[in-house]
Design a binder for this molecule. Structure first.
Ligand SMILES: Nc1ncnc2c1ncn2[C@@H]1O[C@H](COP(=O)(O)OP(=O)(O)O)[C@@H](O)[C@H]1O
Ligand SMILES: CC(=O)OP(=O)(O)O
Ligand SMILES: [Mg+2]
Length: 403
């Protein structure tokens, strides 16, 4: 293959930027890294070039623009700067695509305006995604900037699952419905699960549990998403690091009318100070598990139990939605690494045909692997997600449809 074959992928989060430079001919990761704690006193950049040593810098990064400039400098230091003629596109994770964006899209001014209009329904995410696009475009105005939307994979969810049972006219006017997020990951992992089992995705029903900082579940029937736990915004569903997941909407009225909290304060409470953080003062699952195991800490125990209980409720619900489940796939930071969470989420479900093998579950590996017992009717697997590769492939296919 000749010409430009590389894609730089930017995944800009609220306080971090993850990036990868991938050669699409053979999938080589030419560079991977992240900048975290953007806007704080002590930021950190970690950069790993292909075949080279990991470099780390601890210093402040005032904002996303400063972080992206630092990323560009690291890539340039490897001789793979953003000015490289081998770059075919820059792929951006964009969290909310609303109803309009159902596929990867080349960003124009008009597309950017639409992504900006969706900021109120993805306040933690879309602003950072927009900055990423603007900075990258400033550095390489000649290159296609491709937006790959978290919501896209969920556009197949049937109307009766996507609708909230509220007045249709009000819902339509304000575009209130279930959009769902982490779609790029749910799509990648459901297919990777089929590959692991040597099956065609079209004949497989899978429940995907994406458990990272944000967490969501999805039900995928024959490769098509039919239900997911996040809703209008990435707040609904599972208990997360700092987000509550499901609460009675009446909680909002109560906190406002009786508790005297403003709407902005309630937003901040539910999105940034709830979940594991709200229950145990700590949003990192590693620390929660450590406190449970080493200190038998009651707050950490409650947080872990609430997290697992919610997960089990969704597992049961999606089992009923699908009718037949072939596989359950655990993915993202917690799903890939936290064996105790996987064990607790699946314990005592023999009647549902779900039996996890404790020994297989305790194996540490970065590879996709089966953790259920041989006789388990439902295959339970750990399937590492790769949102960056999926974004790079979708972006490259869009700009080079022939490859
Ligand atoms: N070894 C581990 N055991 C338990 N939890 C882990 C482990 N490694 C990472 N995690 C958890 O994974 C979460 C972050 O997941 P990740 O997928 O990296 O998040 P995101 O991409 O949403 O920022 C954190 O809660 C972290 O504690
Ligand atoms: C949509 C979402 O929750 O993303 P993240 O897990 O990256 O916060
Ligand atoms: Mg993630």
């Amino acid at each position: 293959m000749t010409g430009a074959t590389r894609v730089l992928v930017l995944n800009a989060g609220s306080s971090s930027v993850k990036y990868q430079l991938i050669d699409m001919v053979d999938g080589t990761r030419l560079a991977a890294g992240l900048v975290e704690r953007i806007g704080e006193h002590a930021g950190r950049l970690v950069h790993t070039p292909h075949g080279g040593d990991r470099r780390e810098a601890v210093r402040p990064f005032a904002d996303h623009a400063a972080a992206l400039k630092a990323v560009a400098e690291e890539l340039a230091a490897d001789g793979r700067g953003l000015d490289s003629p081998e770059l075919a596109a820059i792929g951006h994770r964009v969290v909310h695509g609303g109803k309009r964006f159902t596929a990867p899209t080349v960003v124009t001014d008009e597309v950017l305006t639409e992504i900006r209009r969706l900021v109120p329904v993805a306040p933690l995410h879309n602003p950072a995604n927009i900055t990423g696009i603007e900075v990258a475009r400033g550095l390489r105005p000649d290159l296609p900037q491709v937006a790959v939307f978290d919501t896209a994979f969920h556009t197949t969810i049937p109307e009766h699952a996507a609708r909230y049972a509220i007045d249709t006219a009000v819902a339509d006017r304000h575009r209130v419905r279930r959009y769902g997020f982490h779609g790029t990951s749910h799509q990648y992992v459901s297919r990777a699960t089929a590959r692991l089992l040597g099956r065609d995705p079209a004949e497989l029903n899978v429940i995907v549990l994406h458990l990272g900082n944000g967490a969501s579940a999805s039900a995928v029937a024959g490769g098509v998403c039919v239900e997911t736990s996040m809703g209008l915004t990435p707040l609904e569903g599972l208990v997360m690091g700092t987000r509550s997941g499901d609460v009675d909407a009446g909680v909002v009225f109560h906190l406002h009318r009786v508790g005297g909290l403003s709407v902005d304060e309630i937003d901040d409470l539910l999105n940034r100070r709830s979940g594991l953080l709200g229950l145990a003062g700590e949003n990192d699952m590693r620390e929660i598990l450590r406190r449970v195991e080493e200190q038998d800490d009651p707050a950490a125990r409650l947080a872990l139990d609430a997290y697992v209980h919610r997960l089990r409720k969704y597992l049961g619900a999606y089992y009923a939605v699908l009718g037949r489940v072939d596989a359950i796939a655990f993915t993202a930071g917690v799903g890939e690494n936290a064996a105790p969470v996987r064990a607790a989420a699946t314990a005592g479900l023999t009647e549902l045909g779900i039996v996890v093998d404790p020994e297989l579950n305790s194996v540490r590996s970065t590879e996709a692997r089966v953790i259920s017992a041989e006789y388990s009717r439902v295959t339970v697997a750990v399937v590492p997600t790769d949102e960056e590769l999926e974004i790079a492939q979708q972006a490259f296919t869009l700009v080079h449809p022939s490859h």
